[in-house]
Design a protein around this ligand. Sequence first.
Ligand code: UFG
Length: 324
Amino acid sequence: MSNILVTGGAGYIGSHTVHQLLERGYNVTVLDDLSTGFRDAVPEARLHICSLFDTEQVTQLLVRQQIDAVVHFAAFIAVGESTKDPEKYFTNNVAGSLSLFSAMAAAEVKKIVFSSTAAVYGNPVSTPIPETAAIAPVNPYGETKATVERVLAWLDQCRGLRSVRLRYFNACGANPEAGLSERHVPETHLIPLLLKAVVTGQPMTIFGTDYPTPDGTCIRDYIHVDDLAKAHIAAIDHLLAGGASEVFNVGTGRGFSVREVLAAVEAVTGKPVPHVFGDRREGDPAELVADSSQLRNRLGWTPEYTELERIVASAWPSEQRRWA
Ligand code: UFG
């Protein structure tokens, strides 16, 4: 079986992907500096605690483990923080990726799956959004991901580095059977915050009720983390089979409003969600829904979690423990 290096494998989407890769029989090596990841999210023997910036050590790891392909998650992800400290985001997400790509060049590793984001589209002109929509990020986080995507396109042209760039919509849910969950610090994402409000009784805030959507709240495409992990495996298989570089959206193609997510949380938990209505959060587009037909048609990927209540139910056990 092929040898895969997963950077950021101790993080939320990374750890779910590592789990699926191991289940599928891949030989997995995890590289993580544990700045935001968790040691207990991956098997101890697989984990190499190392900075992406240590090009020499990363090169040695790639050579020693005879890595065939890399899945690159390691990055900072908080949109709000990226507007307050852009240098931190450009340094970590762009320069860190460049260090990894240099190590891959030195070790002659020519395949990579890259974590990108719907944030590269900024405020889209229409939804569902196809991959051909304009790249126009509206925050530094999205810009770092768009920049790395462009670097990868050049590295393909100049050096034959094949990449699949996956643009995630709203990652959510968990795999409780595998003991995996979402643990961002601080937590900014909607579903964990709704569940936290249920557990603690402290109201959460709905950001904006005057959007041009049917119920006035923002619409997002919530994609279960296991379906995201499955997309990475399809991308790895594509590259290992000699496939060309690609860019794919990863979403269900269906949007849900904040009020609909809140209703799903109440249905799953059987409890009311304490909430208040607040102003719009800066930089939130009204509606972000993926056109993921390319990923479905070209790589045969289909999401299994298409109902909000199943997604919320998968997160509920770990969120109950987390906020208790
Ligand atoms: N929301 C609230 N209250 C909260 C938190 C969120 O009303 O306390 C709303 C937001 O305004 C938004 C929706 O819930 O309308 C979802 O918000 P999240 O913060 O969960 O997710 P985002 O859509 O802001 O961000 C996600 C990823 C980012 C990525 C972005 C791409 O988390 O990494 O999608 O557009 F950049």
